[in-house]
Write a protein that binds this ligand. Structure first.
Ligand SMILES: Cc1cc2nc3c(=O)[nH]c(=O)nc-3n(C[C@H](O)[C@H](O)[C@H](O)COP(=O)(O)OP(=O)(O)OC[C@H]3O[C@@H](n4cnc5c(N)ncnc54)[C@H](O)[C@@H]3O)c2cc1C
Length: 422
C-alpha cells in the first residue's frame, strides 16, 4: 500500500459557505402526563423527514430494529445531492478528525450492505484504486493513444492527457464506490418491502411539540402524522426550519457534475482520479474528481461556489460555464472522454450541506424530547450515511448509540452560541 499524506484535504474546496433562509415551526399545548409516559416507553412510531442518503439510511435501520417508520420526502427519494454525488467511499481519509470513527464504521457497513442488497449488481458497489494526478490543459491536446509525459505505470492507459506526479492514494482495501442514486433507491426499496417503511411524498411544514416532547409531524396541506419521534434529515434545507436555524447554521455549497458515456467503456478501468488541474488560461489550479462507474459511465465533479438553496430541489440547475469547464477537464484527462468520443448523459448541480464547524450534527435537540437531527455531512454524506443511520436508530430506540459515539456530533454543542435558543 502506498502512503497517503493528507488525502482529506483533497476534498477541501467543498468546505466553503453560502447563506441559508428560514421558515417557521409552531410548538403548542401540553399533553397529559400518561400519554407522554406511554410515548417515552414505546418510541416506536418514527417519522423521518428527508429522502436523501441520511434520511433513507436512518429509516432503514430504524425499521430493521422494529420501529414503525414513515419517510416524508418533498420531491423524490435521492433527488438532490444524494442522487447526484460521486459516491466515493474511503476507509481512512478522515483519520485524525472528528469523523474518523463514523467514517470507518460506515465504510465497513457499506461492505455489509453490499452483501445484503447485492450491491455490485444493484448499485455498482466496487472497491477501486484511487490516484492523485496533476493535469495540464494544452491548446493542442495530444492525439488519442499518445504516450503521456511524466507518468508512471500506475496510470491506466485511458488517462492519456498531459498528466504528472501520479500518486496512489487509495487501494481497493481502502477506497470503494457506489452509484449514489441507485444505492439510496435500493435501500428504500428494501426498507419498504422487507420492513414496512411507508414513503409519503409531502413537505414537512413543522413539528408539533407537546409538553417538551414531539407529538407529530405536520405536512404542507395540513396532514398530521402522529409520532413518538421525528428525525430531521433535510440536508441543506435544514435551516428552512426555525426549530433548527435558531440553534445552528447549515448552509449549502453548490457543486457541479457531468455524467459521460464513452463509446468504449471497456477501456476505462476502476480508478478514481483526484486532479490538480492547470488550465491553459492560467489561474489557480482546480481540483475536479473523476469516477468511472461499472455501469460504463464516467462521472466528473467539481466547480463549487456559494449560492442560495432554492426551495424546490427540482429547480437546481448548473451554471453553464462550470459545466463547460468540467467537459474540458474530462477531454483533457482522456481522449475517451472528449466530445465525439463520449455522450453527455447529465449536466447537473446540487448542494453540499455544511456546518460552521465542519462537523455533522447528529443527535437529539436540546429541550425537545423525541426530536432528532442528522445533517451537515458535507462532502462525505454518501460514505457516512449508513453509520449515521445505524447510530441514529440506536439513539432513538435504545437511548444511546453503540456503533459510534455521537457525543462529538450532538446539537447541544451549539447551545448558547446563537440568539433565540430552543
Ligand atoms: C458534486 C458532489 C459530489 C459529492 N461526492 C460525494 C462522494 O463522492 N462521497 C460522499 O461520501 N459524499 C459526496 N458528496 C456529499 C453527499 O452527496 C452529501 O453529503 C449527502 O448527499 C447529503 O445527504 P442528505 O441526505 O443530508 O441531503 P440531501 O441529499 O440534500 O437530501 C435532503 C432531502 O430532504 C428533502 N427535503 C428538504 N426539505 C424537506 C421538507 N421540508 N420536507 C420533506 N423533505 C424535505 C429534499 O428534497 C432532499 O431529498 C457529494 C456532494 C456533491 C454536491
Amino acid at each position: 500500500m502506498v502512503a497517503v499524506t493528507s488525502p482529506a484535504s483533497l476534498r477541501s474546496p467543498f468546505f466553503q459557505r453560502t447563506r441559508s433562509t428560514r421558515t417557521s415551526i409552531r410548538s403548542s399545548s401540553l399533553a397529559s402526563s400518561s400519554s407522554m409516559e406511554e410515548r417515552q416507553s414505546h418510541p416506536r412510531r418514527v417519522v423521518v423527514c428527508g429522502g436523501g442518503v441520511i434520511g433513507v439510511c436512518t429509516a432503514y435501520f430504524l425499521a430493521k430494529k422494529g420501529a414503525s417508520v414513515t419517510l416524508v420526502e418533498k420531491s423524490s427519494v435521492a433527488c438532490a445531492a444524494s442522487g447526484k454525488a460521486g459516491g466515493f467511499l474511503a476507509l481512512d481519509w478522515c483519520d485524525g478528525q472528528p469523523l474518523s470513527a463514523l467514517a470507518r464504521a460506515s465504510f465497513d457497513l457499506h461492505r455489509l450492505l453490499a452483501q445484503e442488497l447485492d450491491g455490485p449488481r444493484a448499485y455498482g458497489y466496487r472497491p477501486l484504486t484511487t490516484l492523485s494526478l496533476s493535469v495540464t490543459e494544452s491548446p493542442d491536446p495530444p492525439p488519442s493513444g499518445s504516450t503521456p509525459s511524466g507518468t508512471s505505470n500506475a496510470v491506466p492507459d485511458w488517462v492519456d492527457g498531459l498528466v504528472q506526479k501520479p500518486r496512489t492514494i487509495g487501494t481497493p482495501a481502502t477506497t470503494a464506490q457506489v452509484h449514489p442514486q441507485l444505492f439510496v433507491r435500493a435501500l428504500i426499496s428494501k426498507a419498504v418491502e422487507n420492513y414496512g417503511v411507508e414513503v409519503v411524498i409531502g413537505k414537512l411544514e413543522r413539528v408539533e411539540v407537546e409538553g417538551g416532547r414531539v407529538a407529530s409531524a405536520v405536512l404542507e396541506g395540513g396532514r398530521v402524522i402522529d409520532s413518538d419521534a421525528v428525525v430531521l434529515a433535510l440536508g441543506p434545507w435544514s435551516c428552512k426550519l426555525e426549530l433548527l436555524s435558531s440553534l445552528f447554521r447549515v448552509y449549502g455549497l453548490k457543486a457541479h457534475s457531468i455524467v459521460l458515456e464513452p463509446k468504449e467503456p471497456d477501456a476505462i478501468t476502476a480508478h478514481a482520479l483526484f486532479l490538480g488541474y492547470y488550465s491553459s488560461q492560467g489561474g489557480k489550479p482546480l481540483d475536479p474528481e473523476v469516477y468511472p462507474r461499472p455501469t460504463g459511465e464516467v462521472y466528473v465533479c467539481g466547480m463549487s461556489a456559494e449560492a442560495e438553496v432554492p426551495d424546490d430541489p427540482e429547480q437546481i440547475v448548473g451554471n453553464p460555464e462550470s459545466i463547460r469547464v468540467l467537459k474540458r477537464v474530462a477531454g483533457t484527462v482522456s481522449s475517451h472522454l472528449r466530445e465525439g468520443e463520449a455522450e453527455v448523459k447529465a449536466e447537473q448541480a446540487c448542494f453540499l450541506p455544511c456546518t460552521d464547524d465542519g462537523v455533522p450534527v447528529i443527535g437529539e435537540l436540546p429541550g425537545i424530547a423525541g426530536c432528532y437531527v442528522a445533517t451537515g455531512h458535507n462532502c462525505w454524506g454518501i460514505l457516512n450515511g449508513p453509520a449515521t443511520g445505524a447510530a441514529m436508530a440506536e439513539l432513538v430506540l435504545d437511548g444511546r448509540a453503540s456503533i459510534v459515539d455521537l457525543t462529538r456530533f450532538s446539537p447541544a454543542r451549539f447551545v448558547g452560541r446563537r440568539k433565540g435558543l430552543v
